[in-house]
Design a protein around this ligand. Structure first.
Ligand SMILES: [Zn+2]
Length: 215
């Protein structure tokens, strides 16, 4: 299949494809959590454009790429709810590119399936140092144990936050209170709620997503 974009005009109104990448698929086809820095813009191709995935109940559950969405449509696993203006052409056919698809059969989504990992913590914290509030590229962030490990602090969603090296150094082996630092917000597990927020962030690019995400 070759991808063609009839109006290749408007890169400006689009969300950063890196944010899209942040929701790009891993082996299970689940898109949220692959890339750690959703804030650095980068170009992408039509087949990698984000597609909102709805459960059979119209509940938004995921973001996938056009390529995978079209496979789901061709397999009959999902049906298109909203279409792009663009088409992709194979030798014999042309296909409308989906913007929103809906699973034909209801799929149970576990409340808390997100793996505890550096990239998911940076994603949860939007690449923002939780002490000084500044946004950094992933390479300039580390993970801080809010309660230091030497004090029995655990490696958990509730005790790990994104932290710039400067704040990390000034905090040292102390609690935030002892170091005179304040957490931007209480760290929480990466839940469906967090995923929904990221979908909304990406949803700003596509009017067709709005009615499913903003209510
Ligand atoms: Zn900082």
């Amino acid at each position: 299949m070759s991808a063609r974009r009839p109006e290749a005009s408007n890169p400006r109104g689009r969300v950063s494809p890196e944010a899209v990448g942040a929701l790009a698929s891993n082996a299970s086809g689940n898109m949220i959590g692959r890339h750690p820095s959703p804030l650095v813009p980068q170009r992408t191709s039509l087949m990698q454009e984000p597609v909102l995935v709805l459960n059979a109940t119209y509940e938004p559950i995921n973001v996938t790429a056009v390529r995978r969405a079209m496979v789901l449509l061709l397999k009959g696993v999902a049906q298109a709810e909203e279409l792009h203006n663009s088409e992709v052409h194979s030798s014999a056919h042309s296909h409308k590119v989906p913007s929103v698809i809906r699973l034909v059969a209801y799929r149970h989504i576990p409340q808390q399936s997100r793996a505890l990992s550096r990239k998911n913590i940076l994603l949860r914290d939007r690449n923002t140092c939780q002490f000084c509030g500044k946004i950094f590229p992933s390479s300039e962030l580390t993970l801080d144990h809010v309660i230091p490990r030497s004090r029995g602090g655990r490696s958990s969603w509730e005790n790990l936050v994104a932290c710039c090296y400067r704040c990390n150094n000034s905090k040292g082996d102390r609690t935030p209170e002892e170091a005179g630092l304040k957490l931007a917000r209480r760290p929480r597990p990466f839940t469906l709620h967090t995923s929904r927020q990221l979908m909304r962030l990406i949803g700003h690019r596509d009017e067709r997503w709005r009615k499913y995400l903003f209510y």
